[in-house]
Design a protein around this ligand. Structure first.
Ligand code: FAD
Length: 401
């Protein structure tokens, strides 16, 4: 920096969650000079660390399947890509198991398996009651299910840090609040964009908005009314020494979307009711009083031992977390150029941003560099106006109902 003035850069990335850090990584790899601005003191501090960090390839939309498969392969081989071991990021490939206590769900489960296979997701097998009793001794009255071998998880708090650590050459500036993004001619060194921040203006040829739940508001001045619903989502850590639970896959009750997965020393329990109320994003989520009791009731039919443990636990030992989930109208993230504003891009609307961060950052960098254009980008915002966007019922847990 000369004379206190920051020289113009190729790309400013706004936001250092798992999506901003992944975008910065791929942009730097593509040869861009990148400055990442994050209001918090470190990467991955808003929505990202509150996730359950689960990874899968089962989706009902071809573009999501492709992104999920690319991302799952990246995570499997993350040591070669980012130089971190599976142990360092809490990666485990214990699978996903979707269970139901209702015999009448069996045909629907078989149908969904056929749907996944038609989209090239071949790592799933149907389970009958006998198989469930043999493989999942914690599964109570479950009578049918599906096991997904690609199912895995990572520690979400560690992923954004891993992206940042591997982003050679990126200038990460923490504690910097972005106030506005403009192309009013005030940018320096021939750049088009001025990013006004708590530490002064920064000029850039390109700006990428990765501001998580704040992205819609940040992009509204550019004529975008993004169809992204923001809804609070929570998880609870339950201390648990049950060895069957520690060895379990991610377990989902397909009747109601409640789910849990093992973590060191216990489990994380959550439920994903997609019809939750829409809220304004903020810096902190308030966990509702009844969340844990509701989650326990919802998981009990497919995991009664866990429900009993959770009910018996000293409330002081339960650790809660929560964040603002982002659901685009068709569940596909919004990645690409902002129409009519050359050099302005977005990577937002992620409800599964931890699992999809490898593919979404790569796609964003390909769009910025012009390697992917127009309809070749299934995540472009124009899909809503073109009438291409449609919601699949198999995209997330609550969508099973
Ligand atoms: C309870 C829960 C469970 C979840 N489970 C999963 C799961 O199992 N698997 C999965 O893949 N995903 C899961 N998710 C979703 C996942 O957490 C998100 O998709 C992901 O974290 C989104 O990342 P992001 O970078 O877009 O947003 P964020 O992590 O919110 O990052 C955005 C960043 O932008 C910064 N920022 C915003 N405005 C400004 C500004 N003006 N100036 C400077 N900085 C700014 C913020 O401080 C923040 O750090 C879950 C989420 C929740 C809440």
């Amino acid at each position: 920096m000369a004379g206190g003035v920051t020289p113009a850069t190729d790309v400013v990335v706004v936001g250092g969650g798992v999506i901003g850090t992944s975008s910065a990584y791929w942009l730097a790899k593509a040869g861009y000079e990148v400055v990442l601005l994050e209001r918090r003191p470190a990467p991955g501090q808003l929505t990202t660390p509150n996730a359950l960090g689960t990874i899968r390839t089962q989706f009902g939309t071809p573009s999501l399947v492709a992104m999920a498969q690319e991302s799952a392969a990246f995570y499997r081989d993350i040591q070669a890509h980012l130089g971190v071991s599976h142990a360092e990021i809490g990666y485990a490939n214990q699978g996903y198991v979707y269970l139901t206590p209702r015999p009448e769900d069996a045909p629907r489960i078989a149908e969904s398996l056929a749907g996944y296979e038609a989209l090239g997701v071949t790592s799933s097998v149907l389970l009958d009651q006998q198989e469930i009793e043999r493989s999942y001794p914690f599964a109570g009255e479950s009578v049918a299910g599906i096991f997904h071998g690609d199912g895995a998880w990572v520690n979400p708090a560690k992923i954004a840090a891993a992206w940042a650590d591997a982003s050679t050459g990126v200038s990460f500036r923490y504690g910097v609040d972005v106030h506005s993004i403009t192309s009013d001619g005030s940018a320096r060194d021939g750049a088009s964009w001025t990013v006004a921040t708590s530490e002064g203006p920064i000029s850039a040829a390109n700006v990428v908005v990765c501001a998580g739940p704040y992205s819609s508001a940040m992009l509204a001045p550019f004529g975008l009314d993004l169809p992204i619903k923001i809804t609070p989502r929570y998880r609870a850590f339950i201390p648990d020494t049950d060895v069957d639970h520690a060895a379990a896959p991610l377990v989902i009750n397909i009747v109601n979307g409640a789910y849990w997965r093992p973590v060191p020393g216990g489990v994380w329990l959550s439920h994903a009711n997609v019809d939750d109320q829409e809220v304004e994003p903020g810096e902190k989520v308030t966990i509702p009083d009844g969340f844990l009791a509701e989650a326990i009731d919802l998981i009990e039919p497919v995991s009664p031992r866990l429900a009993a443990t959770a009910r018996a636990i000293d409330p002081a030992d339960v650790v809660y977390a929560g964040g603002f989930q982002m659901y685009p109208a068709d569940d596909v993230p919004i990645i690409g150029a902002v129409p009519g504003h050359d050099g302005l891009f977005m990577n937002c609307g992620h409800w599964a941003g931890v699992m999809l961060s490898p593919a979404s950052g790569r796609l964003l960098a390909d769009v910025v560099s012009g390697n992917v254009e127009g309809a070749d980008n299934p995540c472009r915002v124009e899909r809503f106006a073109d009438g291409e966007a449609s919601r699949s019922s198999t995209n997330k847990f609550g969508g099973w109902g």
